[in-house]
Structure formats: C-alpha cells, structure tokens
Design a protein around this ligand. Structure first.
Ligand code: UD1
Length: 369
C-alpha cells in the first residue's frame, strides 16, 4: 500500500509513519512544518517521500495524493489554545484544511481515509445520577468553579453526578472551538464518503502522550506540561482538585489504531464513515498522572492549585470496545511503562524557544483562580 500521512512530521503522524514503514508500506508525508508546532530545524522522517506544503493548498494536495491508496489525516492545530483570538486559525487549519483534502481526495479518486478526531467531540461526556439514570450536565458556571465546585451537577436536582464511559453513539456536544473543528472534520469526512462512495474511519483519540510530545506551548497536553516542570526541578501544578478523569493513551497505540483502521476500511460499506474511540481503557485522574510522573522523574510532589481553565471538561473517558471488536486492535502500553519511558525521553523541543513566556501567557490569560 502507498499511504499519505498529513502532519507526518508531527507527534502522532510521525509515529504512524514509523509503524507503517516498519511493516513495509510505502509512505509519503505532507507537512507544512509550521513554526508554532515545529522547530525550524525539524527533519522530515527518514525513508519517506516528503512533500512540504500546506494541506489547504489544492495544488500541493494533488501532488501529494497521486498514486495513494489511503490517507491518514493527522495535520491539525491541536489543544485548547489561548483564547478566542485563536478561533480563526483553528477553523482555517482544521475545517478548511479538511474540506480541501476532501475535494482533493475526490479529484484523485482516493477512497480510504483515516481521520484524527478527538474525544472532545463528546463535551462533558456521559454521567449517571444516584438512580443510575443517564444525565447530561450543563456547562460548569464560573461561580461554581470559583467556589471550587468542580463536579458537574444534575441540571434538575443540583446533585453531583457519577461519570460514565461514553460510546460512539453518545450525544456529541463540542464545547470549545477546537472541539467544534474536530466535529466539523468528522462531518466533512462523512459528506465526502457519501458523495464519493469512499470509506472513512473517524478515530476519536483520548489524551495521547509519548516521547516526542510537544512541550511548552499553549497547545501542549498536560503530560508534557508536567514533564517540563519536573525537568526544571519544579512541581507539577494540578488544576481543579486533581480528581478530573482522563484516559492517557500511548502514541504507539494510537498509531497502531490508525493502521488497524486503514486495514479494516474495506469491510465498511462504501459511502460510510464510522467512529471509533481510541483510548487505553484505563481511567486515570490528572492528580494520579502528576504523582506518577513526579515519582518516575524523582521530582517534587505535585501541587494542587485549585485553578481552572474555562472550557475544560471535568471528566472525559470513553469505551474503546468498538475499536477492539472491529479493528482487531488492542492497546499494548501500560501507563506505568509508558510514563517511565516518557520520563526519561527527550522532549520534542519544537517551538520550545520562547516556551517559558508562552507558558506564562497561558497562566495569566487562560487560567482563573
Ligand atoms: C486533550 C487534548 C485535546 C484532545 C483531548 C482528547 C491537549 C492540549 N488537549 O484535552 O487536543 O482532543 O485531550 O480527550 O493536548 N491541567 C493541569 N495542569 C496543567 C495543564 C492542564 O492540571 O498545567 C489539567 C486540565 O485542567 C485538564 C487536564 O489537565 O483537566 C487535561 O488537560 P489537557 O492535557 O489540556 O487535555 P484535555 O483538555 O483533556
């Protein structure tokens, strides 16, 4: 198979490239090497045909798609961002980029697409009340957050709710700009499939971590932020009360899910797109992650700050049973092993220049006490 990986010089795309090469696929990478994600010196992955360009450029896409059997669309602007001033760039990068890709796929008659989506499409996710009934909480108010009431409450009774695992058929409820761009990407992939007879897998990634995770940007995930603090000798700063739940899934497992999804695409009926949650299946709190990394790096105990970020969801954990059942895939990296490796690996210093000030900006503009 000849595969195109958009964003193939990035954290997740790069791992898809590595695994695809390992199993003998021919790999082409399309990457813009944009400066807010990559250091100027970043080298394209070895052993691949590299197309340097923007996924929004139709001519670049036509060149990149020639002779390709399947596309992995990993190029995106990720994370929560700084504030609403980021919105236009999220929409331009993620929504317009995917629309251009869909149009180019149709021109090139490429019929297989694996899309990097995200758990953020579920918003607050699924909860149950004391009687075990499914409930959808309203967004947390500033007053609640300021008062340290972090748990979402039953909209009718006001009682706290128990988080539950979401599955792919749960309600989609994007709650920030990044989340809505990921949902728009999914809809574009579905529209493309319907109108061309193509097949798409929509992979809703959980919180991905791994050795080359970008650090010290407003778009960095919490594991990278904690690792950077510990590497500087500082304590990880845990927001809210540290009990917020996530599923931290290793980048190699996510890349494995991408290849497994591409292999399974031909079993889907033509003209359809199917969503798959991709997580480790293990629920971890942010406080536990901080403590685990601090131990692995021999650093100071985490500090629970009580700060919060507006737009953060409280708990988001999903069932990845569908991916296991239908993609012949299972996560392999246990969190303790993944964190030990993560703790000792060199961070991707991309965009690290100025990382300190950026981090300060996030704290002053994006976080409230
Ligand atoms: C993350 C991803 C998002 C992805 C989603 C999948 C990032 C930036 N965001 O969102 O792209 O789609 O997972 O589920 O990678 N926190 C701290 N201290 C810090 C920073 C964060 O305690 O210094 C807390 C946050 O308040 C939040 C949790 O850690 O409760 C996770 O934050 P983050 O890593 O940004 O991830 P998500 O918001 O889950």
């Amino acid at each position: 198979m000849t595969l195109l990986v958009t964003g193939g010089a990035g954290f997740i795309g790069g791992e898809v490239v590595r695994l695809a090469l390992e199993r003998g696929d021919a790999v082409r990478v399309l990457d813009s090497l944009r400066a807010d994600v990559h250091a100027a010196s970043v080298a394209p992955p070895d052993g691949v045909e590299f197309v340097h360009g923007d996924v929004r450029d139709p001519a670049v896409l036509d060149r990149a798609l020639a002779g390709v059997d399947a596309v992995f669309h990993e190029a995106a602007k990720v994370g929560l961002g700084v504030d609403l001033q980021d919105a236009p760039d999220y929409v331009a990068s993620n929504v317009l980029g995917t629309a251009e890709l869909a149009a180019a796929l149709a021109r090139a008659r490429v019929g297989r697409l694996v899309l990097a989506s995200s758990m953020v499409v579920y918003g607050e996710g699924a909860y149950r009340d004391a009687e075990g009934r499914r409930r959808r909480p309203a967004a947390r108010t500033v007053a609640d957050l300021d008062a340290g009431r972090f748990e979402p409450r039953d909209p009718e009774t006001g009682h706290p709710l128990e988080p539950d695992l979401v599955d792919e058929d749960d309600v989609l409820d994007p709650r920030n700009v990044y989340a809505l761009t990921k949902l728009a990407q999914e809809h574009l992939a579905s529209a493309w499939a319907r109108s061309t007879g193509g097949r798409a897998a929509l992979l809703r990634y959980h919180n991905v971590y791994g050795p080359r995770m970008p650090r010290d940007t407003p778009y960095a995930g919490v594991a990278a932020i904690f690792r950077s603090s510990l590497a500087r000798g500082g304590a990880p700063r845990v927001f809210e009360d540290g009990a917020q739940r996530r599923d931290f899934v290793h980048v190699t497992d996510v890349a494995g899910a991408n290849l497994a999804a591409a292999d399974a695409l031909d079993e889907l009926p033509g003209g359809t797109a199917r969503a798959f949650n991709v997580g480790s299946g293990v629920v971890t709190t942010v406080g536990e992650l901080a403590a685990g990394l601090a131990r692995a790096m021999g650093g100071p105990e985490p500090i629970v700050t009580g700060e919060y970020r507006l737009g953060d969801v409280r708990h988001i954990t999903a069932s990845s049973a569908r991916a296991r059942a239908e993609l012949d895939w299972a996560p392999r990296v246990a969190l303790a092993d993944g964190l030990a490796e993560f703790a000792s690996a060199e961070a991707d210093s991309s965009a690290a220049d100025g990382g300190g000030p950026e981090q300060g900006r996030l704290a002053s503009e994006g976080v409230a006490r």
